[in-house]
Write a protein that binds this ligand. Sequence first.
Ligand SMILES: C[S@@+](CC[C@H](N)C(=O)[O-])C[C@H]1O[C@@H](n2cnc3c(N)ncnc32)[C@H](O)[C@@H]1O
Length: 236
Amino acid sequence: MKTSQRDRDTFIKEIFASVAEDIDFLSSFFSFGLDQGWRRRLVSLLKLKGGERVLDVCTGTGKLAFLLSRKVGEKGSVLGVDFSREMLAEAARKLNGRPSNIGFEFSDAKDLDFPENSFDAVTVSFGMRNIPDTAAALHEAHKVLKPGGRFCCLELTPPTNRWIKPAYTEYCFKVMPFIAMKILKTAVPYNYLPRSIEAFPSSDEFARTLESCGFRDVSVHSMTFGIATIFVARKG
Ligand SMILES: C[S@@+](CC[C@H](N)C(=O)[O-])C[C@H]1O[C@@H](n2cnc3c(N)ncnc32)[C@H](O)[C@@H]1O
């Protein structure tokens, strides 16, 4: 792995280690509770059936994984993977040792250590923009999906509505870091957040990258004035 990639990974891991205990509260608080509705929309677009096997990449504290697990039922399973041990610890804490159809494991999205063609669906929510080598993560998701398997990615995106944009920019670049500083005693994670949203490829570009990584039937679902977008695709 190149030094620049390693440094970037270290930076991302430090960010998520510093927010792991507070991120569930902060995500809901800063999005006025919209984040969970967006995750629910992803689950509904995925059209899961009982008994299916789902891999949730960049699972964090498992918020999406828990929603997915209800859909696949007892005969199905959800495996949440992440490269932040602190985030995984929060996810595991929610399981509280209970038997469940969910598991959590350490894995890097750029190097998924699972056999080819092994999952019915792969999901990523609010994780992809942390991975500059988007194509590497998409190739890995494609590799582990069964033929015909579905891929669903939910990401924060700059608003498409020009009336919203000034207030959105003020909120993301000034208000959120200011409040986060009071709560976390560091503004680094919430200075990083709006910059990572800006750096994420446009929806058209991301859709093209999906196709270049072998995905088919790509559809783009813009939500809440464009501030969140879901990409759905299928392994051909
Ligand atoms: C904003 S959190 C999202 C968590 C969760 N998916 C949700 O909906 O709340 C992003 C997560 O992506 C993880 N992440 C970032 N880059 C990663 C990578 N290359 N491999 C695995 N996890 C990664 C971070 O550790 C973090 O837990």
